[in-house]
Design a binder for this molecule. Structure first.
Ligand SMILES: NC(=O)c1ccc[n+]([C@@H]2O[C@H](COP(=O)([O-])OP(=O)(O)OC[C@H]3O[C@@H](n4cnc5c(N)ncnc54)[C@H](OP(=O)(O)O)[C@@H]3O)[C@@H](O)[C@H]2O)c1
Length: 344
């Protein structure tokens, strides 16, 4: 297939103020770049929509510098190598990397994390259950949370990409699993599709939330896998058992500008000798092969189930991000950028 000369890109043109809205982004046309010596050209097929993008586009302290204005939005992608002058890649291979919100990207290999095994099924799975969200669930729960059989694991964003996998792995390890999610439909998914022992709609719970969580966790909480923080965490903290582990994996329930204020759980942390640890999947590249081996097997044999929320077309990426932040997704949000016409 002949390469086009022009492509579509989505660039960041303004910072959240503080809400993330679609007009922070603009669609532009740009030339398709050509690879130089030691480089390859990647056609982006799928891109991942992640809550962390809210932090990546804000001009506030974070674990990575903010995406510069008027530059292509940063994001995880799966693409196919279409040309290569790089010794490690040949045309036709699928790669997982950070090529961002554009149709074509030149790479020197440094923004590629690994090759995607076509045997995994749809390449989009490499952005979800067999990508950074599945890896976050696996490594955050098993390496940081260290679950033991019979313990109670409570997860926030339980119907989402990370939370649903945390719940299923915890169940595989013999734990009681309790999820918090934002709608009755998500609660039903947690119970009937992902197999949580109990799930609670935190949005409709109102001031009964703490009571409902206590009812669902009669033996307290041993691992709190928190993706939200704020009021949801406040309802869970009093239930933590002695030597509980809190995996602070996300903070989608509070502002990402560092201004959040709230209760002071220092006494609980001390008296119950709680280990409360921040987790960032990007710190754990070395562990990816080990984790992917297990996740791949569990997905293949049906022990881990997953759902995707597929959005069509690169220009829809900003709306997809806003929709996910508003909780409108049912599963891992991926954008289908192009039909894969050149399967290896
Ligand atoms: N530390 C890491 O390395 C790492 C890596 C990946 C993801 N994460 C974190 O994991 C969490 C989930 O990410 P994901 O990719 O799996 O997304 P997801 O759960 O599939 O989608 C995001 C969900 O967040 C929930 N949400 C939005 N606003 C909320 C609020 N104010 N309070 C409570 N829940 C809210 C919504 O679900 P409800 O309808 O249920 O509210 C929404 O569907 C995020 O906090 C993300 O930052 C961390």
């Amino acid at each position: 297939m002949a390469l086009p000369t022009e492509q579509t890109q989505v660039v960041l043109v303004a910072r959240p103020a503080p809400a993330v809205t679609a007009d922070l982004f603009a669609v532009r046309r740009a030339p398709v770049p050509r690879p130089g010596p030691g480089e390859l050209l990647i056609q982006v097929l799928w891109l991942s929509i992640d809550p962390a993008m809210r932090g990546w586009i804000a001009d506030a302290p974070n674990y990575r510098p903010p995406v510069p204005l008027n530059e292509v939005m940063f994001g995880f992608t799966v693409g196919r190598v279409v040309e290569s002058n790089h010794p490690d890649y040949v045309p036709g291979e699928l790669v997982y990397g950070t090529q961002g919100w554009q149709e074509y990207a030149v790479s020197d290999g440094s923004d590629i994390d690994h090759k995607v095994d076509p045997a995994w099924g749809s390449p989009s799975a490499a952005l979800g259950v067999l990508g950074h969200t599945g890896l976050t669930a696996y490594l955050g729960l098993l390496d940081v949370g260290q679950p033991k059989e019979g313990e109670t694991v409570l997860v926030t964003t339980a119907a989402g990409a990370v939370g649903s996998v945390v719940g299923q792995i915890a169940r595989l390890k013999g734990c009681r699993t309790v999820g918090l999610a934002g709608s009755d439909e998500k609660v039903r998914l947690c119970r009937e599709f992902y197999g949580f022992d109990a799930a609670i709609n935190y949005r409709s719970a109102g001031d009964r939330l703490a009571d409902l969580v206590a009812e669902a966790c009669p033996d307290g909480v041993d691992i709190f896998f928190d993706n939200v923080s704020g009021p949801l965490a406040e309802a869970v903290f009093p239930l933590l058992n002695t030597r509980a582990r809190v995996v602070q994996c996300g903070t989608i329930g509070i502002a990402s500008d560092g201004s959040a204020n709230g209760p002071r759980p220092g006494r609980t942390v001390l008296a119950k000798r709680i280990r409360w640890e921040g987790f960032l999947v990007l710190d754990h590249f070395d562990a990816f092969p080990r984790a992917l081996a297990d996740l791949g097997r569990w997905v293949a044999d049906g022990r881990i189930r997953h759902r995707e929320d597929v959005v069509e077309g690169l220009a829809s990426a900003p709306d997809a991000l806003c929709g996910m932040l508003a909780g409108r997704n049912l599963g891992k949000v991926v954008v289908k950028v192009a039909r894969d016409t050149a399967k290896a």
